[in-house]
Design a protein around this ligand. Structure first.
Ligand SMILES: Cc1ncc(COP(=O)(O)O)c(C=O)c1O
Length: 402
C-alpha cells in the first residue's frame, strides 16, 4: 500500500523539459545557455556580511518563528513598500520566515485543505473533494500542493488583460462553496501580470463570503517594470477588517537575486499561520540563524532592489530593440520573463536547443489543456537574467532561428 496521489505528480515543467530535449544535442562549439529558469543574477554580496557575523549560530537549531530582527525587517518592509499601518501586522504569528516559498506554498495547502472525516481513497464514493483554484497558466508548485493535500485542482483562466488572475466571480455559488483554497499569483508567472488593488479587494470579499483561503504568491512583487505592484496586504488594509483568509508569500529569490539562500516570508491571517506553523513543526525546513540575519539585511535595503529593476529594464530595452515587435513581444507589468508567441512552443524549444544551445521553457508546460487545447501551446518563456551582452547575443540567435 502506498500513496496514489504521488503517482499523479507527473507534469513538473523542468522534468518535462528534460524529457523533451533528451537525445538532442546542442552545437558542440557553443556553450549551452539556460534561459528556462527564473534566477535573477544581481546578488548584493556586500549586504550579507551577517552570514559571517553569525557564524557561532550555525550550531543552533533555528526557531520556526525566526528572530525578532527578521520579523521586524519584514514588517518594516511591508510598511515602507505597501504603506501599511504597523497595527495590521502587530499580532503574534502574522509573519513567519520560510526556507523559500516553493516549499511554503506546498506545505500551506497541507495545513488548510480540509480532509473528510471518514477516510476514503481520494474522497471517492459520493463525497466530492474540496477544490483548490489554480490560475492557468500557473507556477508549477500549485497543482502538486493541491493534489497531495487531497483536493481537486480547479484551473481557472481569468480576469485581467492576460487572463492569468483567477476570476472567482465567474464561479457559481455551489462551486465557490466547494473551494477551500485559491492560489493567486501576482505578478503572475509566466506572463508577468500584476493584480490591481480593485481585483484584490473584490477577490478577498468573495473569499471571505465563501470561507475560501487565499494564498497570494507575490514572490516577484518588487520587480515591477512600471508602477509598484500592490499587495493583498494593501487590499486587507483598505477593507479594514484585518487579515482574515489572506496569506501572502514573499521571497528573496527574485527581489534580492538570492534563490540559493532559500529565504522567504509568509505574512497574513494569524489563525491560518498557526495551522501552517503546526504542520511545519513536523515537516518544515527552518531557516538557519545566519541566513535569517542576512535576510533581515536584505529586507531592510531597497537600493539593491532598485538597481535590479534598472538592470532588468536594460534587458527589456534590448529585447524591445532586437525583437522589434516580433512574436507579440510586450514588456510585462513585472518580472523578467519574455513571453513570446512563436507558433509552437515545444518545437521552438527543441530547435533553439539543437541549433543554438539555448534552453527555453515551452509555454504548454506551464498550463493545462482544459479540453480546448493547451492555451499556452504557442508560447515560450525566456528569462532575461544574464549579462546584457549574453542576452543580446541570445536574442539575435533566437530571431535568426525562429
Ligand atoms: C511564482 C513563483 N512562486 C514561487 C516561486 C518559488 O520561489 P522560492 O522558493 O525561491 O522562494 C517561484 C520560483 O520560481 C515562482 O516563480
Amino acid at each position: 500500500m502506498n500513496n496514489n496521489r504521488a503517482d499523479k505528480l507527473v507534469d513538473y515543467p523542468f522534468n518535462k523539459l528534460r524529457i523533451l530535449l533528451d537525445g538532442l544535442s546542442p552545437p558542440a562549439d557553443l556553450q549551452p545557455l539556460k534561459l528556462s529558469i527564473g534566477e535573477p543574477k544581481h546578488f548584493p554580496v556586500q549586504l550579507i556580511r551577517s552570514l559571517d557575523e553569525h557564524q557561532e549560530s550555525w550550531s543552533n537549531y533555528p526557531s520556526l518563528d525566526g528572530t525578532p530582527k527578521f520579523r521586524e525587517a519584514v514588517s518594516n518592509w511591508c510598511q515602507r513598500r505597501f504603506g501599511l499601518s504597523g497595527s495590521l501586522l502587530s499580532e503574534p504569528r502574522t509573519i513567519l520566515p520560510v526556507a523559500g516559498t516553493r516549499e511554503a506554498l506546498f506545505l500551506f495547502a497541507q495545513a488548510v485543505v480540509p480532509q473528510p472525516s471518514v477516510p476514503q481513497p481520494d474522497f471517492g464514493e459520493g463525497a466530492l473533494p474540496p477544490l483548490v483554484v489554480i490560475p492557468n497558466p500557473y507556477y508549477a508548485g500549485y497543482p502538486g500542493a493541491a493534489i497531495m493535500a487531497g483536493a481537486e485542482p480547479l484551473f481557472l483562466t481569468g480576469a485581467g488583460k492576460r487572463n492569468s488572475l483567477p476570476d472567482l466571480s465567474s464561479l457559481s455559488p455551489e462551486t465557490l462553496n466547494r473551494v477551500c483554497l485559491a492560489y493567486i499569483c501576482s505578478p503572475s508567472n509566466p506572463v508577468g501580470e500584476a493584480a490591481s488593488l480593485e481585483y484584490l479587494i473584490e477577490t478577498i470579499k468573495i473569499a471571505r463570503k465563501h470561507n475560501i483561503v487565499l494564498a497570494i504568491d507575490e514572490c516577484s512583487i518588487d520587480l515591477y517594470n512600471y508602477d509598484p505592484v500592490p499587495s493583498g496586504l494593501q487590499a486587507c488594509e483598505s477593507l479594514g477588517e484585518g487579515l482574515d483568509n489572506v496569506v501572502v508569500f514573499q521571497s528573496l529569490s527574485k527581489r534580492s537575486s538570492a534563490a540559493g539562500l532559500r529565504s522567504g516570508a509568509v505574512i497574513g491571517d494569524p489563525k491560518l499561520l498557526q495551522k501552517f506553523w503546526n504542520v511545519r513543526c513536523f515537516g518544515g525546513a527552518t531557516v538557519p540563524e545566519p541566513v535569517l540575519a542576512a535576510s533581515a539585511d536584505l529586507w531592510n535595503d531597497d537600493i539593491h532592489v532598485a538597481e535590479t529593476r534598472a538592470e532588468i529594464a536594460l534587458r527589456f530595452d534590448l529585447a524591445e530593440e532586437i525583437l522589434n515587435g516580433r512574436f507579440e513581444y510586450y514588456r510585462p507589468d513585472a518580472g523578467f520573463f519574455l513571453w513570446l508567441n512563436v507558433g509552437d512552443g515545444e518545437r521552438a524549444a527543441k530547435l533553439l536547443w539543437e541549433e543554438a544551445g539555448i534552453e527555453v521553457m515551452p509555454g504548454s508546460f506551464l498550463a493545462r489543456d482544459l479540453g480546448e487545447g493547451n492555451p499556452c501551446q504557442e508560447f515560450i518563456r525566456i528569462a532575461l537574467v544574464h549579462k546584457p551582452n549574453v542576452v543580446e547575443d541570445a536574442l539575435y540567435r533566437i530571431v535568426e532561428i525562429l
